[in-house]
Design a binder for this molecule. Sequence first.
Ligand code: WTA
Length: 634
Amino acid sequence: MNKFRIGSMEDYEKAYKSSIDDPEGFWSAIAKNFLWDKEWDKVLEWDFDKFDVKWFKGGKLNITANCLDRNLKDRAEQIAIQWEPNDPVQVGRTLTYRQLFIEVCKFSNVLKSLGVTKGDRICIYMPMVPELAISLLACARIGAIHSVVFAGFSSNSLRDRINDSECSVLLTSDGSFRGDKKIDLKSIADEALEECPTIRNTVVFKRTGDHVTMQSGRDHWWHELMQAADSKCDYEIMDAEDMLFILYTSGSTGKPKGVVHTTGGYMVFSWYTFLNVFQYNEREMYWCTADIGWITGHSYIVYGPLLAGATTLMFEGVPTWPTPERFWQVVEKYKVNIFYTAPTAIRALEAYGVDHVKKYKMDSLRVLGTVGEPINKEAWDWYNVHVGKERCPIVDTWWQTETGGIMISPLAGITPLKPGYATLPLPGIRPVLVDNDGKLLEGNNVDGILCFDFPWPGILRTTFGDHERCRNTYFSTYKNLYFTGDGCKRDEDGFYRISGRVDDVINVSGHRLGTAEIENAINEHPMVVESAVVGYQHPIKGQGIYAYVICDSKHGNDESLISEIKAVVNRIIGPIAKPDIIQIVPGLPKTRSGKIMRRILRKIAGNETDNLGDTSTLLDPSIVETIKAGAINK
Ligand code: WTA
């Protein structure tokens, strides 16, 4: 067993203590576990005020040498990627470490043949097929920076992300399957590319076989380029602090930011957290149901598991198609040992009733995990009893796109569990809670805002093209602290429970969305004057989207206006941002200085209208009554 795998509570306490007493010694010992072309000169340099963090400065390496080349010695014939297609009738695919290595080398050569060199940005807009993972790894192999855009985003969102980081190549597919739906990805990409001057080439993977238009000189078929590609490709030697990838994520203001992760620290952190949180054993079947379009897929479908030499299962489909038994069928079929999913999926499946799960023994399962949003006690219990049969620890993992990997979580079977709690920080992680004024809340039994006062190797390094925005967003709220945006409690035992966002970010089905971003999309409708979006508690999605909209004249038919507005959001951002509820209102509750009092709107959306608090500072307090009277009940 790897010596860095924590084996007992005592071990955890020891590791934690040593990570605090000597962070540089702690992380450098772990980093030595990897292949480096040159060891670092300095383990850590940091300054939260300017926001400048460097891990393993001067170190030279390539992350794919560690994911692939290194694994050829002992596990070339072991399955690296087990792929399960959307339709259970179709056969899956397996790629051993050797096969994955060859595919990655070949595709690296394809990228090179298109003129891609170190530092170029490559946008990836693909369904959950093995070629998606191959794409990420091929970029990393040649030092290109990948920027994956979730394939459920609209052409506008894709366009904005491509332009923000000036990508030169787009990797996509003809189409994709999701449950009973077929999505025409190439047409969406074509629409985006009309306004993407930096894209010189696209590579199109054939998935659905549907007819697509290929623009001569720009668009190339994946299979055609691969046919001619050489299977040998030396990796590019990267600096530990060279960019590995960009991943766009929503914040409380403005457009999504391109969160940047670099090579060395991210590698060390994604591996260490994967190994310890899931207590991964050699040859286990590991399944994370996320999409690679999100950080969870980057760190815990691709990089973490491959660095650990695990078999990672990639699933193209959705939990409820063809039946709500699909997850459990896949667990049985591949004898999954570690299963990692989102609370939303658990709640959705719970709603279909236990009979669907009861049919499956699933005795291969050893560890269960959740990610992305708080898990309510009922869903936790259901997961524990019906999926884990009360014998699998559940790791409730708290982290963010910006943290690169898991920060607060139980270590499966090692540290104690408490339903609804992410429990304890991982070694090397130093959470602090502060009140609204930034005053440190010491001791236990306190409620505040979650921050970190010391860097960890997986911390973001910047937001692409705008370092000042990064500094402002994460390091200016409280001096010398990384600000997460999450509210948090530390209970009497010192366990952490995340309560949800304290800013204007909402979490819908585990997807992070900025309310401002949705408002901007709504406002694109020609009839809309102004809008305000808030989250409300939703039984399945965690949070639903409630939009209050002012329109410029009374529309004859609200129903059609409402569906038009939803269609606009769908077109501008994508289906995940479509409001659940739209209430047409004559005005919004604004203070005399013109600020919308969202607190009131949140309460109305949440049916908590008994105590709306002080409304006397409003320009027109009567608007509150009007909105209340027209509120749409869920
Ligand atoms: C929320 C996903 C409660 C939180 C990895 C955070 C959670 C945001 C948990 C990040 C959890 C994530 N319990 N809340 N276990 N995990 N969150 O960037 O609000 O998509 O700030 O990263 O999700 O979302 P992101």
